[in-house]
Design a protein around this ligand. Structure first.
Ligand SMILES: Nc1nc2c(c(=O)[nH]1)N[C@H]1C(S)=C(S)[C@@H](COP(=O)(O)OP(=O)(O)OC[C@H]3O[C@@H](n4cnc5c(=O)[nH]c(N)nc54)[C@H](O)[C@@H]3O)O[C@H]1N2
Ligand SMILES: Nc1nc2c(c(=O)[nH]1)N[C@H]1C(S)=C(S)[C@@H](COP(=O)(O)OP(=O)(O)OC[C@H]3O[C@@H](n4cnc5c(=O)[nH]c(N)nc54)[C@H](O)[C@@H]3O)O[C@H]1N2
Ligand SMILES: [Mo]
Length: 646
């Protein structure tokens, strides 16, 4: 069967997609598969490539110090790889300069959850709870296209979807709120204002389980519905309906996706939605809650084991002396030798090759030439490096500009664990033999570490057992999880502990056990539409394409894939600009220009255009302005102008 993106995404169709029963070999086959190391574009032996990399790393370290070398990871890596990469950076290289693409993914939601609950586990309850809820509010997520199996949980609850586009998910909704990109924070403040005004909040829960409500109540008092309507474009009646739905629900869930999170005020926006959820008494209540719909194969586990500049394994903070002492003891090093925190992902990429910045970088599991904001600038920085080493299984756009490319195995060719969006640790077993000539990421790290004087295992189970020790006593405690105990929810501190499907039932992860209301203020997008760049630009995903691999990783033949990049715009805007469906359109921002084919649709606001980010180009336009807390770039809103290409 074939699915068409948009209307036809239904529970039945996504079930069929999930149950199609493709073999791993069918899913993995790629004509572009890399099977030989490449040294300056030429095939080389593994010994030549690894010796060269190790020697160059030593040179850079000698000339510029340990921070001269950077490491960049990804949320697609297994837990074992993410852990070993963090250890490799801190111990073998001694560098503080490590970060990963999760910074571009859900870091705002993680920061907001930690601020409110003292801990972040994406969805702190099983996804099956969603099916039991009466109402699910989805702010800035399009799971019908990005998480099709989740749609099965949406059959019963009434959905409220907040998205500037009437997406496949919005079409399943009882209520669709369609704000201008970048205005969700005002919308959430307005919803809370209304909930308080209409006496819809759960005062007993607020008194028993939270602190800080009074300051939040005061902070939303000036966010009258009419003011919010003017700012967001969402009618007052629709806001009232949303509040009524939440008020009447016995069980309700608030979810955020990248649409609400990928903003220079993403942390505060998610905080405003968490405040709303707390006001209705949802977090830590069985069957209800707040959750972030985490992306990537291991988006959850990827953030827990120390790939992030400010973190150590167990979701520990690198500037916490007790955390440093524990992890250093597992690693057999002096706590004072652990470097960091270092730069965040975009700040790291933007510093590459500069006087103060790293001169060499090892990259595992990301393709920043396509996926980083202001990508033309980032590409220049990558090209300015003395040494760029990319480990991948296909020649990504970033691999194509690397000095050294090391070919690795991919998922079904190796064992490893992944932690899913609800915090369950799952063993992904090897299903097929890798092609001749490739090594696993763990073997590559082992070989490089050996050349730098360390003898480390490359067997996933051995690495996992060390990770268990390193995580022991941390927030994400894996100590009791083993390769034999598949599907356990963390925290799980001991082998006889059942794991924790629902967090926060008795207390939140804060010193006093209470959740914190945090007052936040709305502000405009970093770059507002103006006379020169009069249209809002937003980006995201479509069902048929996966991440930065529009060319190499489409899920065709399952779904109808677009052969070329496109721009979605409203008929009114198209008419004003004399653009017809199928015309080639040039879209420009202050940072660059991209071309795409016009798709005209009344599903999008007339002040906004949308472009999938799967193709190289959309990110030439995006704004790298960063959230002050999470350091998340403003992927979801900037200002552009459009013209038809003659
Ligand atoms: N098919 C497919 N599935 C995927 C992926 C993929 O590439 N392809 N990637 C995976 C990954 S890594 C992730 S992180 C998840 C992401 O999953 P989602 O968060 O669902 O994905 P996005 O399409 O990035 O953004 C969701 C929606 O945000 C809307 N949006 C844009 N700007 C705003 C705004 O200012 N406010 C609001 N409220 N909404 C806005 C967009 O119109 C879009 O429909 O998907 C995962 N699943
Ligand atoms: N404009 C805009 N930009 C965005 C987004 C957006 O919504 N809009 N979304 C952001 C988000 S949420 C994300 S997650 C990022 C994603 O963007 P990237 O960080 O670039 O991630 P991928 O496109 O998944 O690329 C992963 C690369 O690693 C390789 N790879 C996969 N698994 C492994 C492995 O196990 N080992 C090794 N060595 N390599 C592996 C793949 O072949 C691929 O080349 O993009 C971000 N950029
Ligand atoms: Mo992501």
């Amino acid at each position: 069967m074939t699915l068409t993106p948009g209307e036809s995404v239904t529970v039945e169709a996504t079930d069929a997609l999930c149950q199609k029963g493709w073999t791993a070999a069918e899913l993995l086959s790629s004509p572009d598969r890399l099977t030989t190391p490449l040294l300056y574009g030429r095939p080389a032996t593994w010994a030549q490539a690894l010796d060269h990399v190790a020697a160059r790393l030593e040179e850079v370290r000698a000339a510029h110090g340990p921070d001269g070398v950077a490491v960049f990871g990804g949320g697609g890596l297994t837990n074992e790889k993410a852990y070993q990469l963090g250890k490799f950076a801190r111990v073998a290289l001694g560098t503080s300069q490590i970060d990963y693409n999760g910074r571009f993914c859900m870091s705002s939601a993680a920061a907001a959850s930690i601020r409110a609950f003292g801990a972040d586990r994406g969805m702190p309850f099983p996804v099956t709870d969603l099916a039991e809820a009466d109402v699910v509010l989805v702010a800035g997520g399009n799971p019908a296209e990005t998480m099709p199996p989740l749609v099965r949980q949406f059959a019963a609850p009434a959905l409220i979807v907040i998205d500037p586009r009437r997406t496949a998910t919005a079409r399943l909704a009882a209520l669709h709120l369609q704000p201008t990109p970048g205005t969700d924070l005002a919308l959430a403040l307005g919803l809370l204002h209304l909930a308080i005004a209409e006496d819809a909040v759960d005062t007993a829960y607020i008194g028993r389980r939270t602190t800080g409500f009074d300051a939040v109540r005061t902070s939303v008092s000036s966010w009258w519905p009419e003011r919010v309507e003017r700012l967001t474009g969402v009618p007052v009646a629709a806001m009232r309906q949303a509040v009524q739905m939440l008020k009447n629900a016995d069980k309700a869930v608030v979810l955020t996706g990248r649409g609400a999170e990928q903003h220079a005020k993403g942390t505060d926006t998610v905080t405003a939605f968490i405040n709303l959820a707390l006001a209705f008494g949802l977090p830590g209540t069985p069957g209800s809650g707040y959750g972030c719909v985490t992306g990537q194969g291991n988006g959850q586990g990827g953030r827990e084991h120390g790939q992030k500049a400010d973190q150590l394994p167990g979701y520990r903070k690198i500037d916490d002396p007790a955390a440093r002492a524990h992890v250093a003891s597992v690693w057999g090093v002096d706590p004072d030798s652990l470097p960091g925190p270092g730069r965040s992902a975009y700040e790291l990429l933007d510093a590459l090759g500069t006087e103060e910045g790293p001169k060499a970088m090892l990259l595992f599991g990301s393709n920043p030439v396509v996926s980083a904001p202001a990508s033309a600038r980032v590409t220049e920085r990558l090209k300015a490096l003395d040494l760029l080493v990319v480990v991948d299984f296909v020649p990504s756009e970033t691999a194509r500009i690397a000095h050294v490319v090391l070919p690795s195995t991919q998922w079904a060719e190796e064992n490893g664990t992944m932690t899913n969006l609800e915090g369950r640790v799952q063993l992904r077993r090897q299903a097929i033999d890798p092609p001749e000539g490739v090594k696993t990421d763990l073997e590559i790290i082992q070989e490089l570490a050996r050349r730098l004087g360390h003898d480390w295992p490359a067997e996933p189970r051995e690495v996992f057992d060390e990770l268990r020790l390193a995580s022991q006593g941390g927030t994400a405690d894996y100590a009791g999880i083993t390769y034999e105990r598949d599907g356990v929810f963390w925290p799980c501190p001991a082998p006889d502990h059942p794991g924790t499907p629902r967090m926060f039932l008795d207390r939140f992860h804060t010193p006093d056990g209470l959740a914190r209301f945090v007052p936040v203020e709305h502000r405009a997008a970093d770059e507002e539409a103006d006379v020169d760049y009069p249209v809002y630009f937003t980006t995201g995903r479509v069902l048929a394409h996966y991440q930065s691999g529009a060319q190499t990783r489409r899920i065709a033949p399952l779904v109808e894939a677009s052969p070329e990049p496109y721009v979605e715009l409203h008929p009114d805007l198209a008419e004003q600009l004399a653009i017809a469906a199928g015309d080639l359109v040039r879209v420009s921002s202050r940072r660059g220009t991209v071309e795409g084919v016009a798709r005209i649709s009344d599903a999008i606001r007339s002040d906004t255009v949308f472009m999938p980010f799967h193709w190289e180009g959309a990110n030439r336009l995006t704004n790298p302005a960063l959230d002050p807390t999470s350091r998340m770039p403003e992927f979801k809103v900037c200002a552009v102008k459009l013209e038809k290409v003659a």
